[in-house]
Design a protein around this ligand. Structure first.
Ligand SMILES: [Zn+2]
Length: 117
């Protein structure tokens, strides 16, 4: 399918940087709901990602179908998520890994807030 290049450009202008990591180079427009899943090729369905984050999201989306794009955006440690997924025993579900990472993130927040106090 031919992409609408003008909305790709508009998405990049609107977001200015990768919505995941803030990088401002190698930017690509990502469909929040994939076109093959009925997502529209419209500005509201586009999020700007750098090529690294875009690749990371596609990996995560394949590995765990139960994680939404927004949940992924909200987890800063998605690289950690991928690493743990790769080394986890075969019977580990992605839900388990998400819980472990969420607990680790909470622990880091506690440590950080204690450092401030
Ligand atoms: Zn990025």
């Amino acid at each position: 399918m031919k992409r609408n290049q003008s909305i790709v450009r508009k998405a990049k202008i609107r977001d200015k940087a990768c919505v995941k990591c803030g990088k401002t180079t190698s930017l690509e427009a990502h469909h929040i709901v994939a076109l093959c899943e009925g997502g529209k090729d419209e500005l509201e369905n586009l999020a700007t990602l750098c090529s690294i984050c875009h690749h990371e999201w596609e990996y995560i989306a394949r590995a765990l179908k139960d994680m939404t794009f927004q949940e992924w955006i909200d987890i800063p440690q998605s690289g950690l998520l991928i690493q743990m997924w790769r080394i986890a025993p075969e019977d580990t579900t992605f839900r388990d890994i998400k819980q472990i990472v969420a607990a680790m993130v909470d622990t880091m927040k506690v440590v950080r807030s204690e450092e401030i106090d």
